[in-house]
Design a protein around this ligand. Structure first.
Ligand SMILES: C[C@@](CO)(OP(=O)(O)O)[C@H](O)COP(=O)(O)OP(=O)(O)OC[C@H]1O[C@@H](n2ccc(N)nc2=O)[C@H](O)[C@@H]1O
Ligand SMILES: Nc1ncnc2c1ncn2[C@@H]1O[C@H](COP(=O)(O)OP(=O)(O)O)[C@@H](O)[C@H]1O
Length: 314
């Protein structure tokens, strides 16, 4: 494809918001030749947001603010910067960008904050540089950046297969309300997958079967929070608990406080508790706070949309 990008306008700025996610179900199969695991997962985007502000610059630059800004890499390891470079390479644009990340999604928390930043950077730079690419092109670049990045673009609720990057939208009714117990200590995603492999070194891992999530999909379609709570599932939870045994505490606190269901989010260590209502989510959050089992406590609702432009100035 030959594209002739228009030079970015000076002082042009684009703001994009992208959500964090939880895995309502995460079923993990054996690793493939590259060490990646075949997944069957159900993602839900929740109303905890990253904001990426992209502005014209001759260089690729990045600044970060938010509750854990000091632990976020600002060099080439930052997924948002990698996303901007990947898009520039794809369209052959000879320009840089300044990205400012306003982070709210927990860092290394299993809620895909870095993926949200990458998706937001793609959408922001696409608008800034007026690349003319289609949505499918952005999804393709997203999948090269990380397994969770396509979902951060898409949002809502979706079934993920392959490495988690092949998405099918899921039907849902109404809103679900969540409380999150966040740990600043974080967990490394590759380390949790390695711990999963060690726990299953006897070779007892089968290909994940989406049929196992039929009750969960029915609960989503019916908007039945109680049935959803009973169907939450995470094959990585035991591995996360092995690496961070302290996670048993927020899991127990949420159960004692009457959560409809409680699960480690993705590779953890964030613990997600499903509430009956917005009000009940505040009750669960108060239980997390009062028991001192979290460094930070959040409430949110889902599903919400994926990465979207919120404002653009010419
Ligand atoms: C566990 C999950 C569940 O949604 O999310 P997080 O908890 O990280 O948010 C994902 O599978 C994480 O996706 P993401 O964080 O994008 O992973 P990637 O950058 O693609 O890969 C990071 C590392 O995770 C492992 N990995 C990732 C995906 C996958 N299907 N199998 C894997 O084994 C590999 O060790 C890989 O080197
Ligand atoms: N934009 C970013 N925000 C946060 N972490 C990032 C970013 N880019 C790269 N990283 C690195 O990726 C790691 C995991 O990122 P994150 O997406 O927050 O967690 P998770 O994969 O658990 O959902 C971080 O510990 C950090 O070293």
């Amino acid at each position: 494809m030959t594209l002739t990008p228009v030079a970015p306008l000076p002082d042009h700025e684009v703001r994009v918001r992208a959500p964090g996610k939880i895995n309502l179900s995460l079923r993990v199969g054996p690793p493939d030749a590259d060490g990646y695991h075949v997944l069957s997962t159900v993602f839900q985007a929740v109303s905890v947001y990253e904001e990426v502000i992209a502005s014209s610059s001759e260089r690729f630059e990045l600044t970060v603010s938010g509750p854990q800004a000091e632990v976020v890499p600002t060099d080439e390891g930052n997924l948002a910067l990698r996303a901007a470079r990947a898009l520039a390479d794809r369209v052959g644009i000879d320009a840089g960008v300044h990205l400012h990340l306003v982070k709210d999604v927990p860092v290394a928390g299993g809620m895909a904050g870095g993926s949200a930043d990458a998706a937001a950077a793609l959408v922001a730079c696409d608008a800034l540089w007026r690349t003319g690419l289609g949505r499918e092109d952005l999804v393709e670049i997203a999948a090269e950046l990380g397994s969770d990045v396509p979902f951060s673009l898409t949002g809502h609720t979706a079934v993920g297969s392959g490495r988690g990057h092949l998405l099918t939208p899921a039907l849902t009714r109404g809103e679900f309300h969540w409380a999150f117990a966040v740990q600043h200590r974080g967990l490394s995603t590759p380390a949790v997958y390695r711990a999963f492999d060690e726990l299953h070194s006897g070779g007892d891992v089968a290909e994940p079967d989406p049929e196992d999530d039929v009750p969960l999909m029915q609960a989503l379609r019916a908007g039945d929070a109680r049935a959803l709570g009973a169907a939450l599932h995470n094959d990585l939870q035991m591995a996360a608990l092995e690496l961070d045994p302290g996670l048993a505490e927020p899991l127990a606190v949420a159960e004692d406080a009457g959560a409809l269901g409680v699960v480690v989010s993705g590779s953890g260590p964030t613990v997600a508790a499903l509430a009956r209502s917005r009000q009940h989510a505040l009750v669960l959050a108060a239980a997390f706070t009062a028991s001192g089992v979290a460094d930070r406590v959040l409430t949110a609702a889902g599903p919400v949309a994926g990465a979207r432009v919120v404002s653009a100035s010419d």
